[in-house]
Design a protein around this ligand. Structure first.
Ligand SMILES: *Cc1c(COP(=O)(O)O)cnc(C)c1O
Length: 306
């Protein structure tokens, strides 16, 4: 494991474009929408996962950990990025996966395994208590010493990484939108914003009001103005409708930007909905954060869900 290589990789610029979306809807409403294309930040450590891993990997390296262990669902973008980062920087990686093993492995887990990640499956009731002493001790007995990164990569160091997102946008906007799963990315953006722009998270899961407390816990009280929209989950986490799929397809055809239905599709759908319903004052400039996650598309295609 090479500390300097990790630091060099994560602290180099990795600039990504801010792309204006010339939709006639926005012209009609006299607003502007831009997408921060962090899906392009790295092929395998893409979007917000780059920032969530950044200080965690530096911390693990500085403390001479050789093994990284984390948790996720079978299609997790975080597990995918972690497996790749582990291989790239010479850590052993362990992925604790929710639910039973399905053979053949889906493309996400196949990728992770190919890169050397060891996979262990926890049934749903054990998975729910994954941070309990009982489970963590069991994992230590099995795997020895490891650096633990929570599910979705969300901890204080992840929030610190995500606080670097706003300053990379580098122009004045009124709204910054991001998709919200565990809330770590939103918390980081709230911490990192140093202007009066409003930060809006779009929850991608149902009954997500708990995210408001979670984001309060993860972010430090500053003057930022933020809220979480709870009504664009399309039935729940990883649930979606044909209307959402059509929206993603049309958006891709018009603007040549790929979205996916778990996170960024719901995010952009919400922004379009709000624009159509005059949520934004004329003259508003809106930035949507493209948090990546496109690796998951292959698994959805394979299950004929797209
Ligand atoms: C993980 C992920 C998110 C959610 O980020 P949180 O910090 O958990 O809220 C959003 N978008 C994509 C594409 C992701 O992979």
């Amino acid at each position: 494991m090479n500390k300097n290589e990790i630091k060099k990789f994560f602290t180099s610029q990795h600039s990504t474009p801010l792309q204006e979306i010339d939709d006639e809807l926005f012209i009609r409403k006299d607003i502007k929408l831009y997408i921060k294309r962090d899906d392009l930040i790295d092929q395998h450590i893409s979007g917000n996962k780059f920032f969530k891993l950044k200080y965690n990997l530096i911390e693990a390296a500085e403390n001479n950990f050789r093994t990284l262990l984390s948790f996720g669902g079978a299609y997790s973008n975080h597990i995918y990025s972690l497996a790749y980062a582990g291989k790239k920087f010479g850590f052993k990686t362990i992925g604790i996966i929710r639910g039973e093993e399905h053979i053949p492995l889906n493309p996400t887990l196949q990728f992770a395994k190919q890169l050397g990640m060891e996979l262990l499956y926890l049934n749903r009731s054990d998975y729910r208590k994954k941070y309990s002493d009982e489970i963590i001790n069991r994992l230590h007995k099995k795997f020895g010493d490891f650096y633990l990164i929570p599910e979705g990569g969300s901890n204080d160091l992840a929030v610190k990484g995500c606080s670097e997102i706003p300053s990379r946008i580098g122009f004045n906007y009124n709204y910054l939108f991001c998709a919200c799963g565990t809330g770590g990315t939103l918390a980081g953006i709230i911490n990192g914003i140093n202007n009066k722009s409003k930060v809006i998270g779009v929850a991608v899961l149902k009954n997500a009001s708990f995210l408001i407390d979670e984001v309060k816990r993860l972010s430090s009280p500053v003057n930022s103005i933020w809220e979480i929209l709870l009504n664009y989950h399309f039935g729940g986490y990883a649930k979606f409708t044909s209307e959402l799929i059509d929206f993603i397809k049309t958006f891709n055809e018009k603007f040549n930007i790929q979205l996916e239905p778990i996170y960024t599709g719901k995010l952009l759908y919400a922004i379009y909905y709000l624009a159509r319903n005059d949520f934004f004052k004329p003259g508003s400039k809106i930035v949507a954060y493209h948090s990546g996650g496109l690796q998951g598309l292959e698994g959805l295609r394979q299950r004929k869900l797209l």
